[in-house]
Design a protein around this ligand. Structure first.
Ligand code: ADP
Length: 158
């Protein structure tokens, strides 16, 4: 059974992330969406809320598991006997940071490989940080996130 970890902050989980999950499911038998516990700047949703909303989105898909972790990614991968990570790539700006991170992870655990999926054209401009910025300035972000995420953000605001 081919398992893959999709690690990230997912604050919030966007339609760009969702597209990567769907496409990774064509390549792997199971995907673990691993929410980083490390504090992001001004989190929109806390880790528990992010995990809850992800469980909601994928409740009927047995091939998707949700977890959170605050340790080293390679430790999580080793503990769960998983040798592959999936990450998304948007503009060339992503490449430098992703290349560095994949290289560091491989240096720390040489069995670990990172598979990159190119963003689908309609999502290349969507990032959690931009969604957050638009939201904090009262902009409309409905088209950029799954409905479950939108609902959770609305209920937090009110
Ligand atoms: P991190 O904080 O670890 O960068 P993010 O939650 O921002 O995590 O993103 C997780 C992964 O999803 C990263 O590999 C990122 O490049 C990818 N990603 C984010 N937005 C998109 C998108 N619109 N299309 C494709 N990949 C994306």
């Amino acid at each position: 059974m081919k398992k893959v970890i999709y690690p990230g902050s997912f604050d919030p989980f966007t339609n760009g992330h969702l597209d990567i999950v769907k496409r990774a499911l064509e390549l792997f038998d199971e995907i673990i969406i691993l929410v980083a516990k490390s504090p992001t700047k001004n989190p929109l949703l806390n880790v528990e809320e992010r995990v809850k909303v992800l469980n909601d989105i994928f409740k009927s898909n047995k091939k998707v598991k949700i977890d959170s972790d605050d340790g080293l990614l390679i430790d999580y991968a080793q503990k769960n006997e998983i040798k592959t990570l999936v990450r998304g790539l948007r503009a060339s700006g992503d490449f430098e940071a992703e290349f560095q991170m994949a290289s560091m992870n491989r240096e720390l655990y040489n069995k670990l490989d990172t598979v990159f999926l190119m963003t689908s054209a309609q999502y290349y401009f969507i990032s959690s940080s931009l969604v957050k910025e638009v939201w904090n300035r009262n902009g409309d972000i409905k088209n950029f996130v799954p409905p479950e995420v939108f609902k959770s953000m609305i209920s937090k605001k009110s």
